[in-house]
Design a protein around this ligand. Structure first.
Ligand SMILES: [Zn+2]
Length: 448
């Protein structure tokens, strides 16, 4: 599509900063120009659809760097429990009854909710099946995503087959909308030898299906809780001298293609290792608070120059995909804990939700900012609202005052996927009916 969005305030997240009365020119899937509306009007006349974005703010689409998209089916099924009991007694038993068509539907629900919250890219870790999977759901909704297959020590052969199929069929698929990742679940469910094997496999898959500019990355949970070190020691009968990152580094599996979710329980040496290996972080404050996992030392990581992005985690540990709530929580949490209101200012948090998210997924050559040459992934936010008035600073409103219903229109890969809050590719009402039915079937299978 050839499109001009004009008369907008544009937060570019590039060197150009924020452009008042700006315009963006999109041809096919890419941004070809960003400048003042008057300049764009002089340069480009016919052959473009136009969106008048007066009183609106255009921001790069948000990047959610940690999700388990299909788990929307379990939203609100079990809450307020200790992590292990929550997983072992509630989540895992019900998940066992999920079929691949349920995984597809759950992921589609998350895709829809994400788009409606201004999210244009989601990094998701779940069980991959050849038919009925999260990649199909994201492609259907028009959502950009990194689709992973989660690996466990107890099913190595199954994982390796699934990863090969996933990489072959989905990496850089659907006009570059979908990429894939290798997802060792965590250091307490994946043994040392299998970790190293997965590292080798990732290199092989990259040789076959990836490239330096479009890599197959690693997505994993690391140091989510204080007792993780003990869990590794007890499960695999090993002794850890230092922290969890120190252990993983000794296996030689860390690198700049690793995105580690949570990073709550870290030693000072762990932080040094993360910096040295250029490991990327997905900070999940809402999930960490809800599951009482602890608080990630984000200000220290930022001080050390580590790339920190934001993740919602699954819709049953959050329990929604609201990027605005996530940004606000991230900012307030670290101000409160450090008793310092200057940490995590709005501009920095917005950066974490956009360009840093793109960097964390090794996708910043194409997304995360609004500049010529990048893919057209953006959200148009309506600022003509009582709670966004008066306007002094756009970033402040986005982080501290706005909510998903303020997102009016969303463009992904040059395609309008939501216009004036109407989804263009999915009938939400039909989808919600199907989801309720799926929930009933799941509960019935559990009771059988
Ligand atoms: Zn997770």
């Amino acid at each position: 599509m050839n499109l001009i969005i004009e008369n907008a305030t544009i937060i570019t997240m590039s060197k150009k900063g924020t452009i008042k009365n700006g315009a963006i020119v999109i041809e096919h899937d890419a941004i070809i120009d960003v400048a003042k509306t008057s300049e764009i009007k002089r340069k480009y006349s016919r052959g473009y659809e136009r969106i008048n974005a007066e009183n609106k703010v255009v921001t790069p689409g948000f990047v959610n760097t940690h999700q388990h998209a299909a788990m929307s089916l379990l939203r609100g099924y079990a809450d307020d429990l200790p992590l292990q009991e929550w997983l072992e007694k509630w989540i895992w038993p019900l998940e066992k009854h999920m079929r691949s068509e349920d995984i597809y539907l759950g992921a589609l629900l998350t895709a829809v909710e994400s788009i409606m919250s201004g999210i244009t890219t989601v990094n998701t870790m779940y069980h991959y099946a050849e038919k009925g999977n999260e990649a199909e759901a994201f492609a259907e909704a028009g959502l950009r995503g990194v689709i992973g297959h989660v690996c466990f020590s107890w099913r190595k052969e199954h994982d390796k087959k699934a990863l090969e199929h996933l990489a072959r069929n989905w990496h850089n698929a659907k006009n570059g909308l979908i990429r894939v990742s290798v997802d060792p679940h965590s250091p307490y469910t994946v043994d040392a030898e299998y970790m190293q094997e997965l590292r080798k496999l990732t290199n092989e898959l990259n040789e076959k299906y990836g490239s330096v500019s479009k890599p197959i990355i690693w997505h994993t949970h690391i140091a989510e809780t204080e007792d993780e070190k003990e869990k590794i020691e007890n499960t695999f009968n090993v002794k850890l001298e230092g922290g969890v990152f120190e252990y993983l580094d000794s296996l030689g599996v860390l690198g700049d293609d690793v995105i580690a979710a949570h990073c709550v329980a870290l030693t000072p040496k762990d932080i040094q290792i993360m910096r040295k290996r250029n490991v990327k972080v997905s900070h999940n404050p809402v999930s960490n608070l809800k599951l009482a996992s602890g608080i990630s030392p984000v200000p220290q990581m930022l001080k050390n120059g580590i790339t920190v992005s934001l993740g919602t985690d699954s819709p049953c540990s959050n329990n929604n995909t609201d990027m605005f709530y996530l940004m606000k929580t991230a900012s307030l949490l670290h101000k409160g804990v450090s008793k310092n209101p200057t940490v995590m200012p709005a501009e920095q948090v917005l950066k974490m939700a956009t360009i840093n998210g793109a960097k964390a997924l090794s996708w910043d050559m194409e997304i995360g900012s609004l500049e010529p040459g990048k893919k057209a992934d953006l959200a148009i936010i309506d600022f003509k609202k009582p709670h966004l008035c008066p306007l002094y600073n756009e970033a402040s409103h986005i982080v501290y005052a706005a909510n998903p219903s303020d997102v009016e229109t969303v463009v992904i890969n040059g395609e309008i996927v939501m216009e004036n809050r109407t989804l263009q590719k999915i009938n939400i009402h039909k989808l919600m009916e199907k989801i309720e039915k799926t929930k009933e079937c799941l509960l019935a299978r559990l009771r059988e």
